[in-house]
Design a protein. Structure first.
Length: 110
């Protein structure tokens, strides 16, 4: 019998479709600013104390541009080592909508 002895992680990534429903170019920062409930829900669900300001800074560093009325395939993961990756990997899974965005789960990438 062969035994595999490799390092195993619980890292994950999750793909989402995020749609900019507005007629204007938007960014990941705009998405975060428009949805402060996401960090609040994450903190409550996972017992963290991350701030909206920290999430905005992470969004600026890992920015995505959303063209007007377009959908983007976006991947977020805790293995990225970024706050936006950790939070969005989990908290966007139920989908949702806001004034200028809609989002939905697409697939797990393990």
């Amino acid at each position: 019998m062969k035994t595999k002895i490799d390092f195993v992680t619980n890292s994950s990534s999750t793909a989402f479709i995020i749609c900019n429903t507005s007629k204007y170019k938007k960014t990941l920062k705009d998405f975060v600013e428009e949805n402060p409930q996401l960090i609040e829900d994450f903190n409550e669900s996972y017992n963290h104390n991350y701030t909206q300001d920290a999430l905005i800074k992470s969004a600026e560093l890992n920015n995505i541009d959303f063209g007007p009325e377009t959908s983007m395939y976006c991947i977020f993961g805790d293995e990225n080592g970024t706050l936006i990756g950790e939070v969005f990997d989990y908290i966007l899974r139920d989908g949702g909508d806001s004034e200028n965005f809609t989002w939905r789960f697409c697939e797990y990438l393990r």
